[in-house]
Write a protein that binds this ligand. Structure first.
Ligand SMILES: [Zn+2]
Length: 428
């Protein structure tokens, strides 16, 4: 094998996520992890070259003195998590708002008083690109230490042509500087900026006529997203913005039906969006329309937990009705301040009654589809990127079960060990 070759062998479980189902997994296929016991993965040139039982893989590939061998005895190997909904570029944290919310002030009231997204806009505009990059790099390190190897990353705290472009340039630079792969999303319609308070038509015009064409021309984003919500952008405005994005070749995502049943899920289906995200208040018709249109439901239980609300998305109903479901952190300084995908899996199981297997599928292969990266990430398959995480557990179900601690042993990104520092936790 080549000099950068690597083999992980003797893993108690390898969760390959291989399946007979093509495309995002639905229904009972969301229980299918393609587990190999006593498994091995061989890697060369950053790609997976073989996966199977340890003895089979060792028969297929030659190990020489330069091959790095990782003994995963009593450990479990998963594909790296794909966190398909994040807001990782921001200038300041918002712990004062956290305290206000804990003391009973609702999020919408804090937002109306200049907090929320607006406060992040003010601080982002005042911060240089270089500073934003440095701040975000630390966050990406933390994400990686919890087993994430690919993220979707949104703009949306700039809300001017200049500052939205600045955010997307930061994301582009982060993608170059950090091992994590970032898929950029333009979210100019995250909120109405203060200076357009009395001129919402004009802001929508700015997005449609200036921002989207510029973002598309410079290829700064793969997706266009929008906060379709009561008091933010209504259905008609959302349709207008998303149509413009589609015409410029951007793929579509929506923040939909999060705080009220506005009908964002149905709009996602109508527009042929790749995903509709949040969906706390989706109705049966919305689920059916998304299913028919092939829209993935991205669930963000961290935002429910972070806002301290009791309405979680109806994950059980969605999965039972055949809608493909993905999971993500919604990492942001307001409603969901966590870089950890494992805690999201715990919430998915405990608060939304997803099985541990469904939670794994939703945060690997299905979230890879939601991020438009399923060709190279989300499962352990010959030819895909060697984005692999070795877990310090004997059974994958321990990952959501043993919540709030980091059980990651090693992270391999593009075939290279990028994190190998956690001491073993031991049994019990
Ligand atoms: Zn979000």
């Amino acid at each position: 094998m080549k000099s950068d070759a690597l083999i992980i062998k003797s893993a108690r479980q390898i969760l390959t996520l291989r399946s007979d189902q093509k495309g995002p997994r639905t229904g009972e296929y969301m229980e299918d992890l393609g587990i190999i016991e006593d498994g091995a993965v061989a890697v060369s040139d950053g790609k997976i070259v073989a996966v199977g039982k340890t003895h089979e893989v060792l028969d297929q590939v030659k190990i020489d003195a330069k091959t790095k061998v990782i003994d995963a005895k009593d450990k479990v190997v998963l594909p790296g998590f794909v966190d398909c909904h994040t807001h990782p570029v921001f200038a300041a944290t918002r712990e004062a708002e956290f305290e206000m919310r804990v003391k009973g002030r609702p999020y919408q009231e804090i937002a109306a008083a200049g907090g929320g997204i607006k406060s992040s806009v003010t601080t982002l505009r005042a911060t240089s690109k270089e500073e934003l990059i440095q701040l975000a790099l630390t966050r990406l390190d933390r994400m990686m230490s919890y087993g994430t190897t690919t993220i979707e990353a949104k703009s949306g705290y700039g809300l001017s042509l200049e500052d939205e472009i600045k955010m997307l340039e930061v994301i582009k630079e982060l993608n170059r500087l950090h091992p994590i792969d970032l898929i950029p999303t333009f979210l100019g319609a995250h909120e109405l900026p203060e200076e357009y308070k009395e001129r919402r038509e004009e802001y929508i015009q700015l997005i449609v006529e200036k921002m989207i064409p510029e973002v598309a021309r410079r290829k700064l984003a793969v997706f266009c997203d929008i906060f379709c919500e009561k008091g933010v952008f209504n259905i008609e405005e959302s349709r207008k913005i998303l149509s413009a994005a589609k015409n410029h070749g951007l793929k579509l995502k929506l923040h939909a039906d999060q705080l009220t049943a506005l009908g964002g899920a149905k709009l996602a289906a109508e527009m042929g969006a790749v995903s509709a995200d949040h969906l706390e208040f989706i109705d049966d018709e919305g689920i059916e329309m998304m299913k028919q249109a092939g829209v993935i439901g991205v669930l963000l239980p961290g935002a429910c937990f972070g806002l301290g609300v009791t309405e979680y998305p109806p994950a059980r109903k969605m999965i039972d009705q055949g809608l493909p479901v993905a999971l993500a952190t919604d990492f942001n300084p307001g409603s969901s301040f966590t870089e950890s995908m494992p805690i999201i899996l715990s919430m998915a199981c405990l608060m939304m009654k997803m099985s541990p297997a469904e939670a794994v599928v939703a945060s690997t292969i299905n979230s890879a589809y939601a991020a438009d990266k399923a060709e190279e990430a989300g499962s352990i398959k010959k030819g895909k990127k060697a984005d692999l995480v070795v877990w310090n557990v004997r059974d994958y179900r321990e990952i959501p079960y043993h919540y709030g601690v980091n059980l990651v042993d090693q992270v391999i990104k593009d075939g290279k060990v990028v994190k190998a520092s956690f001491p073993p936790l031991g049994g019990g």
